[in-house]
Ligand binder design. Structure first.
Ligand code: UT7
Length: 380
C-alpha cells in the first residue's frame, strides 16, 4: 500500500540584521529605485558570524519538530539543501542531527542551488513512499552573504540569508506531496557559479586574488532560463498530480525576482492573490526561499487543510524542481511543550554532545596508554 508524505511541521529562522537598498547604494553604484524596479527587492536579512548555515538550520528544524509535536529521536533522516554548507564536510545535516537530538537519524547535504529545497522534498517523498523511512526533516538553509562580492552590483543586491524547514511523515491517507518534477541542464553550469573552493580550483593565493570564491552570475541568461522553466515545470507537476490550474489555491515560486514570478503567473493565468511573494523583505535566500515563503503563507492564513499548492524552484546547475502538495496539516497547533521545557531539552542535547566528545577523547587517551604499556619492553 503506498504511503503518502505529509508535511506535519514547519519552521524558519530569519537573522534579525537587515541591509536595505539604501545601505547598498552607499556600497556600490546602485539605487533603491533600480533594485526595486528590476527585482522587487527592498531589503534582505544578513546573518552575523554566529548565525551560520547550521545555526539557522537548527533553529528552523526545532520549530518544525515542535509544530509536528514529534520526538526528535523518531526522525529517520535529515536532508539539508544548501549551497553554503557549514563546511566542505562534515555535512551540515549531521550538525543539525546532533543539536536537535535526532539520535536515530541519518543526515546528508544536498547541492542543487536555489532548487535545493524542491530536490530535497522530492528525495524525502520518494523515501517515505517506498517505505524506506517514515519521518524526514527537510531543511533549506543559506548564508549566501558569505559568498558575495560586495563590489559586484550585479549579484550583491540580490541575495539574503535565512533558513526554512519542514517535517515530512508517512501516512496512509492520500495527500501531502503528490507529485514532483526535477530537471537539470549542466550546459548552463557556468551561468551561476562559485568557481573555486572545490577540487578543480582549491583555495590558493591566486583563487583569492581573483575573487574566485565569490558568486559569479550571468544575470540576463539566468533570467531568460528562469522565465522559460518556471511555468513549464509547474505545468508538468500539475499534470502529474492529475490537477488543473483552476484547482490551484497557492503558487509558491522561488523568490528571486518579481518579474520572473509575474511572468510565470501570467503564463499560468494565476491571479495575484494565488501567488505568494515575500522577496521584497528577504531577497533571494536560495534553497531557503520556498520553505520561508511557505511558513509565511501559513502564518498569513493563506494555506488551509485540503488546499492545492504548487512550488517551483530554479537556480544553479542549471536546475529546476517543482512539487505539488495537497495541504493536510490542521491549522497551526499550539506548541506541544512549554518553551522552558523545550529549552531545557535542547540544553540537555548540547550537554550530551559535549559528553560524547569528552568520552571520545578519554577513550582515545586510554587506548594510547594501553598501547604504550603493551609495547613497553618487559623489565628484566
Ligand atoms: O536563484 C537564481 C538566482 N539568480 C537569478 O534569479 C537572477 C536572474 N536575473 C535577474 O534577476 C536580472 O537579470 C538582474 C536583476 C540580475 C539584472 O536585471 P536586468 O534587467 O537583467 O539587468 P541587466 O543585467 O540587463 O543590466 C542592465 C543595466 C546594465 O547597464 P548597461 O550595460 O545597460 O549600461 C547593468 O550594468 O543595469 C546595470 N546594472 C545595475 N544598475 C544599477 C546591473 N546591476 C545594477 C545595479 N544597479 N545593481
Amino acid at each position: 500500500m503506498p504511503r503518502y508524505a505529509h508535511i506535519t511541521g514547519w519552521g524558519k529562522y530569519i537573522p534579525p540584521g537587515i541591509l536595505t537598498n539604501h545601505d547598498l547604494a552607499k556600497m556600490v553604484n546602485t539605487s533603491d529605485e533600480w533594485i526595486r524596479e528590476r527585482t522587487g527587492i527592498a531589503e534582505r536579512h544578513i546573518a552575523t558570524a554566529k548565525e551560520t548555515t547550521a545555526f539557522m538550520a537548527i533553529h528552523a528544524a526545532r520549530d518544525a519538530v515542535e509544530v509536528a509535536d514529534m520526538d526528535p529521536a523518531k526522525i529517520d533522516l535529515i536532508i539539508v539543501a544548501t549551497a553554503t554548507p557549514e563546511h566542505c564536510f562534515p555535512a551540515t545535516a549531521c550538525l543539525v542531527q546532533d543539536a536537535i537530538g535526532a539520535t536515530r537519524a541519518g543526515g546528508f547535504d544536498l547541492s542543487a542551488g536555489c532548487s535545493g529545497f524542491g530536490y530535497a522534498l522530492a528525495t524525502a517523498t520518494g523515501m517515505i513512499r517506498s517505505g524506506m523511512h517514515n519521518a524526514v526533516l527537510v531543511i533549506g538553509s543559506e548564508t549566501l552573504s558569505q559568498l558575495l562580492d560586495w563590489d559586484d552590483r550585479g549579484t550583491c543586491i540580490l541575495f539574503g540569508d535565512g533558513a526554512g524547514a519542514v517535517l515530512l511523515q508517512g501516512k496512509d491517507e492520500p495527500g501531502g506531496v503528490l507529485a514532483t518534477s526535477l530537471g537539470s541542464d549542466g550546459s548552463g553550469g557556468d551561468l551561476l557559479i562559485v568557481p573555486a573552493g572545490g577540487s578543480k580550483h582549491p583555495a590558493s593565493v591566486e583563487t583569492v586574488t581573483n575573487k574566485m570564491h565569490y558568486v559569479r552570475m550571468n544575470g540576463r541568461e539566468v533570467y531568460r532560463f528562469a522565465t522559460r522553466v518556471v511555468a513549464s515545470a509547474a505545468r508538468q507537476v500539475v499534470q502529474q498530480a492529475g490537477w488543473t490550474f483552476d484547482k490551484i489555491d497557492l503558487f509558491i515560486p522561488h523568490q528571486a525576482n518579481v518579474r520572473i514570478i509575474d511572468s510565470a503567473a501570467k503564463a499560468l493565468k494565476l491571479p495575484p492573490e494565488k501567488v505568494f511573494v515575500n522577496l521584497e523583505r528577504y531577497g533571494n535566500t536560495s534553497a531557503a526561499s520556498i520553505p520561508i515563503a511557505l511558513c509565511e503563507a501559513i502564518d498569513a492564513n493563506k494555506v488551509n487543510p485540503g488546499d492545492h499548492l504548487v512550488m517551483v524552484g530554479f537556480g544553479a546547475g542549471l536546475t529546476w524542481a517543482a512539487c505539488a502538495v495537497q495541504w493536510s496539516a490542521p491549522k497551526r497547533r499550539a506548541l506541544a511543550a512549554p518553551r522552558a521545557f523545550t529549552r531545557l531539552r535542547y540544553g540537555w542535547f548540547g550537554l550530551r554532545s559535549l559528553l560524547s566528545k569528552l568520552f571520545r577523547h578519554l577513550d582515545a587517551l586510554l587506548s594510547r596508554i594501553i598501547d604504550f604499556i603493551e609495547r613497553r619492553p618487559p623489565a628484566v
